[in-house]
Design a protein around this ligand. Structure first.
Ligand code: FAD
Ligand code: NAP
Length: 305
């Protein structure tokens, strides 16, 4: 029986593990893949205090390292369900069942798909959701980035290291991204914009992507353009389906908590991007994790028999 099982080893989960383990609790960190979460998909982090610039994988490494010495157990598995039995919870993966007095859900968010014809067909054949992973394969190509948020603008700037040109298509005439990223993109000679437009269809030949059809949402006019690669950054969906039976999700699937990271189920906490909140960042993820780690300690102390 663990004191706490933390689901997800992104920045939120790793911080919850750090705080819970430093309170001398029996802690397991359960991850379906490699530690680091979404941080693994970004080359330059410039808004994590203490570092002017650090790569995502390097920051992940720095967060993970101390956990080993603190005795955090690392479990591998994809969580499919959590069962609440009052005093203890069962965490069910494909192959295992783990018992724990508390659970911290830190399962984050996944990139959203556009849902247009050609997207699934050309996935990994010119359609990508990760510039850091795939950007170098598109040297001297004309690339398209879809979206107007931080991810789209930041990754478009990153892609200019390899691409001949990068076009950002956004459904409005104003970006959502932070001002500092906008300024950098507007000043970058390789970046151009297609405003008020959406991608209607992704085209390709029998090998790979060749271009898209745009639709101007104001005029309804359609146009075709050639691109060698398409990077899609149109937001996030919560990774929370495994918690659907607990009655802790809002309509869009984000987990509802109070300021103490408590969900509606006693002993179950949620932290980081999976939580219903306004600002999804590494800093806010680690803040949530710290609070939950401390709350778990209080819960265990109060429920000690
Ligand atoms: P995540 O990082 O999403 O981690 C969740 C973890 O849970 C993952 O490792 C996942 O594998 C695991 N998991 C999910 N489901 C299960 C399951 N069922 N069973 C087991 N494990 C599971 N933020 C910044 O502050 N600065 C930046 O510069 C920045 N750049 C970004 C660039 C990109 C391209 C992206 C996509 C995001 C960026 N962000 C940035 C946002 C930041 O990465 C996220 O806010 C942060 O990673 C959220 O942390 P998290 O721990 O809540 O979730
Ligand atoms: P986001 O902020 O939700 O932005 C998604 C963008 O895609 C928006 O511009 C949105 O348009 C557009 N969009 C949504 N659905 C669309 C569709 N069907 N077709 C066309 N466009 C569509 O998502 P994100 O940029 O991935 O960022 C997610 C979180 O990570 C945010 O909290 C962000 O701050 C954080 N993040 C931070 C950094 C950083 O700090 N450097 C970097 C990356 C990500 P509208 O604007 O019209 O809604």
């Amino acid at each position: 029986m663990y004191d706490t099982v933390i689901i997800g080893a992104g920045p939120a989960g790793m911080t919850a593990a750090l705080y819970a383990a430093r309170s001398n609790l029996k802690v397991a960190l359960l991850e379906r893949g490699i530690y680091g979460g979404q941080m693994n998909n970004t080359a330059d982090i410039e808004n994590y205090p203490g570092y002017a610039n650090i790569s995502g994988p390097e920051l992940a490494e720095k967060m993970f390292e101390p956990l080993e010495n603190l005795g955090v157990e690392h479990l591998f598995g994809l969580v499919e369900k959590i069962e609440d039995h009052g005093d203890f919870k069962e965490i069910i993966t494909e192959d295992d069942r783990f018992e724990s007095k508390t659970v911290v859900i830190a399962s984050g968010a996944n990139h959203r798909q556009l849902g247009v014809p050609g997207e699934a067909e050309y996935n990994s054949r010119g359609v990508s959701y990760c510039a850091v992973c795939d950007g170098a394969f598109f040297r001297d190509e004309d690339l398209l980035v879809v979206g107007g948020g931080d991810s789209a603008v930041e990754e478009a700037i990153f892609l200019t290291r390899f691409a001949k040109s990068v076009t950002i298509v956004h459904r409005r005439d104003e970006l959502r991204a932070q001002k500092v990223l906008q300024d950098r993109a507007f000043a970058n000679e390789k970046i151009q914009f297609v405003w008020d437009s959406v991608v209607e269809e992704i085209h390709g030949d029998d090998r790979k992507v060749t271009g898209v059809t745009f639709k101007n949402v104001k005029t309804g006019q359609e146009s075709k353009a050639a691109f060698g690669g398409i990077f899609i950054y149109v937001g996030l969906d919560p990774v929370s389906a495994f918690a659907a039976d607990l009655g802790i999700l809002d309509q869009a699937g984000w987990i509802v908590t109070d300021d103490h990271m408590k969900t509606a189920v006693d002993g179950i906490y949620a932290v980081g991007d999976v939580r219903q909140k306004d600002l999804r960042q590494i800093t806010t993820a680690v803040g949530d994790g710290a609070v939950a780690g401390q709350e778990v300690y209080k819960y265990i102390t109060e429920h000690a028999s």
